[in-house]
Design a protein around this ligand. Sequence first.
Ligand code: UDX
Length: 443
Amino acid sequence: MRIAMIGAGYVGLVSGACLADFGHDVVCIDRDPAKIAALEAGRMPIYEPGLEALVADNVRQGRLSFGTTLKEAVAEANAVFIAVGTPSRRGDGFADLSFVYDAAREIAGALSGYTVVVTKSTVPVGTGDEVERIVRECAPRADFAVVSNPEFLREGAAIGDFKRPDRIVVGTEDPRAEAVMREVYRPLYLNASPILVTGRRTAELTKYAANAFLAAKITFINEMADLCEAVGADVQAVARGIGLDGRIGTKFLHAGPGYGGSCFPKDTLALAKTAQDHGMPLRIVETVVAVNDQRKRAMARKVIRACGGSVRGKTVALLGLTFKPDTDDMREAPSLAIAAGLQDAGAKVRAYDPEGMEQARPLLPTVAFADDAYSCAAEADAIVIVTEWNAFRGLDLERLRRVMRTPVMVDLRNIYDPNAALRHGFVYQGVGRSSGGVSAPVS
Ligand code: UDX
């Protein structure tokens, strides 16, 4: 199969590289010449484990190439994937589809022979209909079908998720398009990943429903964590106790500082707006959005409480800034609200992140940056584990306590055993853990 991938962002680049790895001929197109030049030189625009090697290998094998103009790639393609951004529109929270529609217009001008146009970007219900209308209007004689094929990959685990998906969702009612899509994913479904063929609108909604459900699961356990703290229960045991019920499942039940990233915040908001627009408000999703927004800032208040009620003039060290580990992505990261809340309360904030500092610097201009966890904690009055990077799981607690001014640890990801922290002389505060959260240090 010959594939054109429009957009070399997270989804486009990972999907393009993986499809090339399946043996297809893939051209990734992006309008940003600097991004394409970097990719051609082997430099990745994002940090994603395994991506650089996968790209290099497939470029070497001649299956993957890059470009800034889509004309030739689209003309030769059996399938053209639209994987451009769909950010939240400023002001109203709806998904901004201008990049998708621009791509549709450009694609229309370049189609030749039967071509399947695939929306891979997360798009609201009905976008496929509009893409079809635009292409038909711009190229009345073109032979094409528009298919929805949402992507469920996670940052940090993107290649594994793409190559071993739980399922592939293909939204089309056109048998020719279905056959092309089955061919695109043949290597996967030979590996027993089920392909679910649905109507196009159903496929579009499935993606939003999946993200909203996962966001709700996280938000549910986060609220449960707060209740655990209030009543002296342990949220991790509760999560396991409910998760082992096969109807619930153990995944996505880690209490923390609230979800962030490029998908959940934007997609839950867009879904809520779409539903309102149709006169069918999704009250659970609306509440999830509101509760999660408030939670990030509330984490700063949690730190302040752990510091005895005030952080004025104190130094707080943030370990981890990205919204999750194994990415350099800072979009909607809880660290941003936490740093702002602490600074507003008069704290000096110092931070360290293994991969995210370049992205974080412009977003946190008044935060000081350190070179590693220990120099970040030096003379600090509290450390806050904001992101559960592996590098933070095995810190030398003895050394950490010695370099700090006051040994307070706020572990927003519950990666430390509270007893181990206590043994090393820390005042320890996790999320939703027993004894009301704050533990007294042993003398
Ligand atoms: C998510 C979806 O998982 C993926 O299917 C979709 O395609 C894009 O959005 P991603 O944003 O990369 O992927 O990360 P994910 O691992 O899902 O985490 C999202 C956020 O939820 C992070 O902030 C993470 O810290 C948080 N989270 C996740 C929790 O707080 N607790 C959990 O149990 C799981």
